[in-house]
Design a protein around this ligand. Structure first.
Ligand code: GSH
Length: 104
């Protein structure tokens, strides 16, 4: 599958604050999903981490996604502070960038 890659992100000026901004996030994913890889690559370029929930490795994660988000499509970002489930890789990347921008 081919898709346009996102522009390479650069790590934030204040990585500790930026990392703290992501503390309430969980990324539901599975590793062979190219849309998940897009989000994971973005996080890698930023040198930041979110909690990862692999739905192919854990029935509990899969069930949590189904029950919380309403479907098992990945990637899906659970936003703890808002109790919100965000689907769509591009929207997830935009959300993460916005959260980080709040630290600048
Ligand atoms: N447009 C979505 C596509 C997501 C997508 O198609 N994910 C696949 C895995 S690669 C999936 O979860 N398919 C199973 C389903 O939708 O239940 C995105 O960019 O995140």
């Amino acid at each position: 599958m081919f898709f346009r890659s996102t522009p390479t992100a650069t790590p934030p000026e204040n990585p500790e604050q930026a990392q703290a901004q992501l503390a309430d996030l969980k990324l539901y994913y599975f590793s062979s999903c190219p849309f998940c890889q897009r989000v994971l690559r973005h996080l890698q370029a930023l040198e930041l981490e979110v909690e990862l929930c692999d739905i192919s490795a854990s029935t509990a994660h899969r069930n949590a996604l189904q029950q919380g988000g309403g479907r098992t499509t990945v990637p899906c970002l659970y936003i703890g502070k808002e109790e919100r489930w965000l689907y769509e890789s591009k929207d997830i990347i935009t959300f993460i960038d916005q959260r980080i921008a709040e630290t600048n």
